[in-house]
Design a binder for this molecule. Structure first.
Ligand SMILES: *Cc1c(COP(=O)(O)O)cnc(C)c1O
Length: 664
């Protein structure tokens, strides 16, 4: 049952459901036991999806945990937010934790190194980070700097990304992998890189690229490094299941592969063909799919060797998943394997296939994007307002001339019992609709209409409260508790900061950053600042299965209530858009120190209104000019004084330089 937040007629505020009702998602909690931080941690499942990077401390605050030289250092998010406040950083903020990014790169490289040692594999692993997953300058710089010790390279899917890669990779052991469509400018740039000694591969995605590569490299006198991207028939589970296998948009078919081989052979360039590339899709939840994909890729690899290609590199693309909901399952938002299992499975499958064909082991490449950056960023925002469900204040008695329909609703309310819930629901809806009909025809006034609505809401509230005791419940009743929950208005834009929650129903862990030693007794959905029905979050990741509402605490007067959305480092930052002209948020990078504590390593101010207006082709100076004229006209007409005009124009000008989000 979908409903629009902005359409006030269709949302039903109701009474808070007391704990005895059993709130969705609450783990069994013995009432006699005091609620502690541990219960808070369990409720939101932070230890399940947090991968050891996030936890809750004794004081009920969410902490970020960095491992430095084997020591675990915890820093409270509340302290970081306080640091932001002191530095004048307004919410919402994307927080990046550099240590976590480093740790992910280390974990992936060490896991492959271990799998290679354990299996006796006779070559190395080289990771590349696909730039499209998070192109932000500082993320790429950190990956390039920290990754250099593992010769971690970059993957580029466009000319712009190639320029980023070329300016960040100096190490001749690290790889630059070029996917995507390549024109001659792209190819020239890559050939210059090869000339300078960089390992820059062109992965052929279409036949049309081959003659350009042959022609350009001959003219420039550079021997290119060439790869071929194959479309695998292996299908994968998860969100992109439909686009996998033979339906995949990308890669060469077997017959196109033969054409590429023949073209290179004819040009006497088969020794340049050194890499096979496959990419099954992103967020592959099921390890079995990965294993089948690797086996299929190995078959192609062996065939290319038989065809006489030089080979030496096997690139298995992305797909390493993130356990967003902490279920450790093969469901779309999760994964049924660990990183070590992923690495061991790949290494063993390659080793077995190639050994049985007597072919030397290639360098194994993967292009993990999501799994590398998801953990290192989180979105922080404050709650601006709450629409509480239970604010229904009914009159003690009804006046004698009250319309019969309202009196009927009142008696439905009084007579509602566990045994007649469905009947009461039907009656309440019927009377409410009748009242609305009479109002439409001018036979009832606004006050009566409002009173009718209040009784209707009160009936639904009572039904929701009695539901758990009912034996059989219809679907329309079952969803009542969710329809009747609170709405927490957050200072953020789903479209700018969490586009995948809107576009592909991505589930992300969301929770308050403090008060976890206090039992949250509200059930809520989140609404953002945009004036859009889709600007909401009403599905929540949880290790016990997805939830339609989120448990939250009531706001405390004079105190900010901050929520964090975790695991947002992959894909969210540049896929976002300017809906309602909410721009980029502030970004802060922190580095946690070995002695404890942290520093604000970098900050980027988000867009101001001036910026977003220029993105949509306004000239803010002209707007100011026009507004000055409007104000002058008001002075001429005697509506404001010249000094008020100054204040008005100053305010307009200050607004242009202000943050696009709600400022306290
Ligand atoms: C998007 C993409 C990736 C990244 O995939 P993840 O699942 O995020 O690791 C890797 N390689 C190619 C070719 C891609 O298009």
């Amino acid at each position: 049952m979908d409903f629009c937040l902005r359409n006030k007629d269709m949302t039903f505020p109701i009474s808070q459901l007391d704990q005895s009702v059993g709130v969705a998602g609450q783990p069994p909690h013995d009432e006699a036991e005091d609620w502690t931080s541990r219960h808070g941690a369990e409720l939101y499942g932070i230890r399940e999806w947090g991968a050891g990077y996030f936890d809750v401390n004794e004081a009920g605050e969410v902490t970020v945990v960095a491992t430095i030289n084997g020591k675990k250092i915890s820093v409270s998010l509340t302290d970081i937010v306080e640091g932001m406040r002191e530095r004048g950083m307004e919410m919402p903020v994307v927080l990046r934790v550099e240590n976590l990014l480093d740790d992910r790169i280390r974990t992936l490289n060490e896991a492959f190194a271990k799998a290679i040692r354990d299996a006796g594999y006779r070559n190395v692993y080289r990771g590349v980070f696909p730039i499209k997953v998070n192109q932000q300058c500082h993320v790429i710089e950190e990956i390039a700097n920290f990754g250099a010790r593992f010769h971690h390279g970059l993957e580029a899917g466009s000319k712009a990304e190639l320029l980023i890669a070329l300016s960040h990779i100096q190490d001749q052991e690290s790889l630059i992998i070029c996917n995507g469509y390549k024109d001659s400018e792209f190819i020239e740039m890559g050939l210059y890189a090869v000339q300078m000694g960089l390992k820059c591969f062109f992965v052929v995605e279409t036949l049309a690229e081959v003659p350009i590569i042959i022609e350009r490299s001959r003219t420039m006198g550079v021997k290119p490094l060439i790869g071929v991207r194959l479309k695998l028939s292996t299908k994968v589970d998860g969100h992109w299941a439909e686009d996998s296998g033979d339906q995949s948009l990308f890669g060469l078919t077997p017959s196109q592969l033969i054409d590429v081989v023949d073209a290179l052979k004819a040009a006497d360039m088969l020794d340049s063909l050194q890499l096979l590339h496959t990419h099954l899709g992103s967020q592959i939840p099921n390890i079995r799919n990965i294993r089948s994909g690797v086996l299929e890729a190995c078959r192609y690899y062996c065939s290319l060797v038989e065809e006489g290609a030089a080979m030496g590199y096997l690139d298995l693309g992305g797909g390493l998943a993130v356990d967003y909901d902490g279920t450790k399952s093969s469901s779309t938002h999760s994964m049924n394997y660990s990183i070590s299992e992923y690495c061991a499975d790949i290494v063993e499958a390659v080793l077995e296939t190639l050994d049985s064909n007597d072919i030397p082991h290639p360098v194994i490449i993967t292009e993990s994007g999501r799994a590398t950056v998801a953990y290192s960023s989180l979105l922080l925002f404050n709650i601006l307002d709450v629409r509480q469900s239970e604010r229904v204040e009914l009159p003690k008695t009804l006046p004698d001339d009250t319309h019969e329909l309202i009196a009927n609703l009142k008696s439905v309310l009084e007579n509602a019992r566990v045994e007649n819930l469905q009947e009461c629901f039907n009656d309440a809806v019927y009377y409410r609709d009748e009242i609305a009909e009479l109002f439409r025809h001018g036979q009832l006034g606004l006050r009566e209409r409002a009173l009718g609505d209040m009784y209707h809401r009160a009936v639904l509230t009572k039904i929701a409260r009695l539901l758990p005791a009912a034996r059989r419940v219809s679907q329309e009743l079952e969803v009542l508790p969710e329809l009747l929950c609170d709405i927490y208005y957050g200072n953020f834009s789903v479209f700018q900061s969490l586009p995948d929650t809107w576009a592909i129903d991505q589930l992300l862990p969301i929770m308050p950053i403090r008060r976890l030693d206090e039992q949250p007794d509200r059930q809520a959905i989140l609404a953002d600042l945009t004036c859009d029905c889709d600007g909401k979050i009403d599905h929540f990741a949880n290790p016990n299965g997805p939830l339609r509402t989120l448990s939250l605490h009531p706001l405390v007067e004079g105190e900010e209530y901050h929520l964090a959305v975790f695991l947002v480092g992959a894909y969210q930052e540049t896929l976002g858009d300017l809906h309602n002209l909410f721009g980029d948020t502030n970004v802060v990078s922190v580095r946690i120190h070995e002695e404890g504590g942290f520093e604000f390593a970098r900050e980027f101010r988000g867009d101001c209104i001036f910026d977003v207006l220029s993105y949509v082709e306004y000239h803010p100076q002209n707007l100011l000019e026009k507004f000055r004229r409007t104000a002058e006209k008001a002075v001429q007409q005697g509506q404001i004084s010249a000094s008020v005009r100054k204040s008005v124009v100053d305010a307009f000008s200050a607004s242009l330089n202000g943050y696009t989000y709600f400022e306290r």
